[in-house]
Design a protein around this ligand. Sequence first.
Ligand code: NAP
Length: 249
Amino acid sequence: MILGGTADANRLAAAVAAESRIAAVLSFAGRTETPKLPPIPSRIGGFGGVAGLMDYLRAERIDRVVDATHPFAAQISRNAVEACAGVGIPLLALERAPWQAQSGDRWIEADDLPAAAVALGAAPRRVFLGIGRQNLDLFANHPQHAYLVRLVDPPRGPLPLANVEVVVARGPFDRASDRALLEAHRIEIVVAKNAGGDAAVAKIEAARDLGLPVVMVRRPAIPARRTVASVADVMDWLAHDSTPTERGV
Ligand code: NAP
């Protein structure tokens, strides 16, 4: 089973689809209303914590799990570590290295999103929140700022922010368009989670191009697990691991 919800998980699903020896299912949390349909079977929705995930792994006779979730999806990643250990099957995480500040970057690092909201400061600023839909409420206590939010789905109801504009778009994004977006909205500061990889890096590059500060949120802690950084490395692990293969991934 591939735990997904990321561009990397979609790439992995495409690679696995081309391997007839592997029967895989891609699992989505169900946060996006219209997830991009993968070329392998998929399932949608939470499992019901560690116990529910263990039940699922046993019922579906899953014999390997690849955690290709977003680095900030810490709960499901923690659950996967515990459930795979409990069931006794191998777990591999597909995780890009975090972005590193480069010359020209003006990063203000924050430990979590509440700290990022504080780091925006007391004076009103025009802020691009490149953090998705969840956790927008954490910025509600900082109403002095004007926010621009980018979402995959149009919001169903009012957002928890008073002064907010929404753009609806699905990544991956490119540097020139993100630069144009930041300029068009006269953005003064960007808030981003340190996702790593290339799918969401455009806003960081655009901020660098424009000399804008970025409040960069550090990744949450996840228990130690075997980790690789590329789809090719996952495919290698699947090909060389000696676990019997009559069960699915
Ligand atoms: P989370 O806080 O780690 O997970 C919360 C709960 O959602 C989990 O306990 C689990 O419910 C369920 N869940 C999460 N990922 C799942 C998956 N792939 N398949 C089935 N159930 C899943 O996760 P999150 O931050 O809400 O992220 C949700 C999804 O969005 C993830 O798949 C992630 O890859 C994707 N995503 C997240 C971010 C982000 O910044 N957090 C960004 C881009 C994409 P149960 O306990 O009931 O099993």
